[in-house]
Design a protein around this ligand. Structure first.
Ligand SMILES: *[C@@H]1O[C@H](CO)[C@@H](O)[C@H](O)[C@H]1NC(C)=O
Ligand SMILES: *[C@@H]1O[C@H](CO)[C@@H](O)[C@H](O)[C@H]1NC(C)=O
Length: 312
């Protein structure tokens, strides 16, 4: 079971052909984004009134989220610069592709949602020796041909994590991808990606896999609408639920305004942050899904955004 959660992968060196890009368009091993929900009348960050404002941090400035001057619908910011590498090369020989197992529906327990594929959202693309994995919670993103930020991602808070890996790490990512059962459009995935883990259905990912694997309690911020999972206080390690979020100078907002799928360990000696695509509610039991966890004190510190939570 352990191989399905990625722990402490070593980011690729700068020699990589592709890389996550920072807010100035330069290479960076990883970056994280917390996009704010629409906050009418607020001016804490550019674009927050229209649902395109976000906070950013990366490997070179890991201490805290900083407000982004440019908005998500702008092409001069980290996410657009990163994806532009793919858009520019997409007609070259191979690889990569956005995957999105949820492209026709939003979250919210819609009965028509497909259960065949996972709930995964993200992009993996690779070129030369580098692999970029951008995991996020934005429905219908990214668009296939050129960068834009969709209407479907404006209302709610969203999280993103971009990581640059060496090609050699790809098989580990592949295992994770397959576990998620994403709707992969690419035809160039290595065979190691066909490692399946069919055991984990009808369980909550966080209580059953993430917390015991990381050996710490978690607080999970996820989309929860109906079918709420009660706290599993009898477990050695269990998941609590975030009730509100507070990032930077933007006013605190309720979990009901947030579409993120983020988990943070409660134990500072095990400083994990996980960004993924699975919610903590029973309608997600039947769906594949996963999360990408990183072990980093600075990232963990920056993600101290959970203002209130429930607990045992
Ligand atoms: C982005 O959205 C904001 C708010 O709706 C708007 O004012 C701005 O013109 C947009 N920018 C671009 C580049 O579309
Ligand atoms: C996580 O990082 C800490 C140092 O910050 C290290 O002591 C610990 O061994 C790491 N844990 C794992 C599972 O890699």
């Amino acid at each position: 079971m352990n191989e399905v959660i990625l722990l402490s992968l070593i980011p690729a060196a700068v020699l990589a052909t592709f890389s996550c890009k920072n807010q100035a368009g330069n290479n960076v091993d990883w970056f994280a984004v917390y996009k704010m929900p629409i906050v009418p009348g607020d001016a804490s960050i550019n674009g927050v009134q229209d649902g395109v404002g976000f906070y950013y941090l990366d490997a070179k400035s890991p201490g805290a989220f900083v407000p982004s001057t440019n908005m998500l619908n702008d092409t001069k910011q980290a996410i657009a610069y990163t994806l532009q590498q793919f858009y520019t090369k997409q007609n070259d020989s191979p690889v990569f592709h956005p995957y999105d197992g949820d492209s026709d529906t939003d979250d919210g327990g819609d009965a028509s949602e497909s259960t065949k594929y996972g709930h995964t959202k993200g992009v993996v693309f690779f070129y030369g020796t580098a692999v970029i994995w951008l995991v996020h919670s934005v429905p219908k993103f990214p668009p296939p041909e050129h960068y834009s930020y969709p209407e479907s991602g404006m209302d709610y808070g969203q999280t993103m994590l971009c990581m640059t890996f060496k090609y050699a790490e790809l098989s580990k990512i592949g295992t994770q991808l397959f576990y998620n059962r994403p709707n992969i459009y690419s035809s160039f995935l290595p065979t190691t990606m066909s490692v399946a883990n069919p055991d984990l259905v009808n369980v909550d990912l966080y209580d059953s896999l993430v917390a015991p694997t990381l050996k710490t309690d978690l607080t999970v911020e996820s989309w929860r609408r109906g079918g709420l999972i009660s706290l599993q206080c009898s477990l050695t390690y269990h998941a609590n639920d975030a009730l509100s979020i507070h990032v930077g100078n933007t006013p605190e907002f309720s979990y009901t305004k947030d579409h993120s799928k983020m988990a943070r360990s409660t134990d500072s000696s095990k400083p994990y942050v996980c960004i993924g695509d699975i919610n903590r509610m029973t309608s997600q039991y039947v769906r594949g899904g996963g999360t990408l966890c990183t072990n980093s004190s600075s990232l963990w510190g920056a993600f101290s955004v959970i203002a209130t939570q429930n607990s045992c």
